[in-house]
Design a binder for this molecule. Structure first.
Ligand code: ADP
Ligand code: MG
Length: 438
């Protein structure tokens, strides 16, 4: 069985990937419905879980004709739990006692990897496994609700899993400042220093709030140096790059640049759907795929809001005693969907202006023709309908000759991507012109 899997992976992966992930792994046990694969490290384990596990299922199904669920264990875990049952083994690893300052929900297991956070996730893993050596300090920056705090806690959990006796300190920059000020008032500075310098891993969240706090910055500078000299790992987050934080001392800015800075950008549609699916599964919620994609299409920048939307839909369905469907979700989210100042423009007028601008007929705009001269205006009109009106996605689809809401989501994403990521200035000008005419 193992050589079959190896062969399949050899065919589909690059040589370097194969050598890194597959060559170092081993099949240790296979039962009627599960297979245990041993890997050298937790980094490998994460990688197998996130990137290779569906293929394992697929290939084993081809080979054995039945569905087998894979379990991944590190060599260490395997040695320690040789005697136990697979399922027990996995649970034992996943419920380690952790320091009370870490949120037990913010682990690598619950973190969904997508384009916007891939780098940050990889760096976080490296730091948890090899603290204090490669990326010190590790600095995450990006907008609110994109997973900076989550990743930071995940590093803490992972680190503790490897070193159960390690001392970890997680603190927001505000709490750091408060602790510092209190220590001056109460003449307990020695204790303060003990607390912050005698740790193996220091996690300081949202350091943009250090701006304007001279004394705290001074103290943090010394804390940083003490830990750094001791080769202790430091992880920092902020909503922007250090040099963009007003009144952050130059010497701090330059020290923060010694390590690695990684940004986290908003998740794309696929990632948002994956996040929702994961949360829904964790809550034991049954939500149809098209409803997940509908919700993901409505909330497009902030993962915390995405979670809020799910909670809302869940509550709505409980109150109404109805199953979760797309139309129930649309009702539940009505008030969350951005609809300020959107009342004035109608879809009909958008369609009319787009047709006029591109010189195509309304029938074509609403029709099914797939030629570019028509597809692009259609996507633009859908994009504008989404941006400028508060109409729900299914309803927009209906206004375009009864198309599915997923078509609207894709049109919207496509244009948004062209404008933002691809920076298509010609398209931007055209859209601006149409907007002006509205
Ligand atoms: P930030 O610190 O960047 O403002 P958080 O780490 O607090 O954001 O994340 C906000 C919420 O979104 C948290 O509940 C977190 O668990 C969740 N979240 C963020 N990114 C992800 C992700 N990639 N996968 C799963 N959940 C995520
Ligand atoms: Mg945060």
């Amino acid at each position: 069985t193992w050589s079959y899997l190896q062969e399949k992976f050899k065919e589909t992966l690059s040589k370097v990937s194969y050598d890194t992930w597959i060559h170092s792994a081993n099949l240790v046990r296979i039962t009627n419905n599960s297979v245990t694969i041993e890997v050298p490290s937790t980094l490998h384990k994460e990688y197998w879980k996130n990137n290779l596990s569906t293929r394992v299922v697929e290939y084993l199904y081809e080979f054995l004709g039945r569905e087998i669920s894979p379990l991944f264990v590190t060599a260490e875990e395997q040695a320690a739990h040789e005697e136990q049952e697979d399922t027990q083994t996995v649970q034992a690893f996943e419920t380690q006692p952790v320091s009370s300052t870490l949120n037990s929900k913010y682990t690598f297991d619950t973190f969904v990897i997508g384009k916007g956070n891939q780098m940050a996730h990889a760096a976080a893993l490296v730091v948890a496994e090899e603290p204090g050596t490669i990326y010190n300090p590790l600095f995450f920056y990006g907008g609110v609700g994109l997973g900076k705090t989550h990743l930071m806690h995940a590093i803490g959990h992972q680190y503790l899993q490897i070193n159960p006796n390690a001392k970890i300190k997680y603190v927001s920059s505000e709490n750091f400042a408060n602790d510092f000020i209190n220590s001056i008032q109460n003449r307990t500075q020695e204790k303060f220093r003990q607390q912050y310098r005698n740790v193996d891993l220091l996690l300081v969240d949202d350091i943009q709030f250090f701006a304007d706090k001279e004394g705290t910055q001074e103290e943090f500078f010394h804390t940083f140096n003490a830990l750094y000299d001791d080769r202790k790992q430091i992880v920092l987050t902020s909503d922007r790059l250090p040099n963009e934080i007003p009144k952050l001392q130059e010497r701090l800015v330059s020290r923060f640049a010694w390590g690695l800075s990684v940004d986290i950008t908003p998740p794309d549609l696929e990632t948002r759907i994956a996040i929702l699916r994961k949360k829904a599964n964790a809550e034991g919620l049954e939500i149809p795929n098209d409803t997940l994609s509908y919700i993901a299409g409505q909330i497009d920048s902030n993962i915390r809001e995405l979670e809020g939307a799910l909670v809302r839909v869940q509550a709505y369905s409980a109150i109404q005693r109805n199953d979760i469907t797309t139309s129930l979700a649309a009702d539940a989210l009505k008030s969350m969907v951005k609809n300020d100042s959107k009342q004035n423009v109608s879809i009909a007028s958008i369609q009319q202006k787009v047709c006029k601008y591109y010189q195509i007929s309304l029938a074509d705009l609403k029709g099914k023709k797939r030629v570019r001269q028509i597809v692009l205006p259609r996507q633009i009109a859908m994009y504008l309908s989404r941006e400028l009106t508060s109409t729900s996605l299914p309803k927009i689809g209906k206004e375009f000759g009864g198309k599915d809401h997923t078509t609207v989501i894709h049109a919207h994403e496509k244009i948004k991507k062209a404008l933002n990521e691809e920076n298509d200035s010609e398209l931007r000008d055209q859209i601006e012109e149409i907007k002006k005419s509205l």
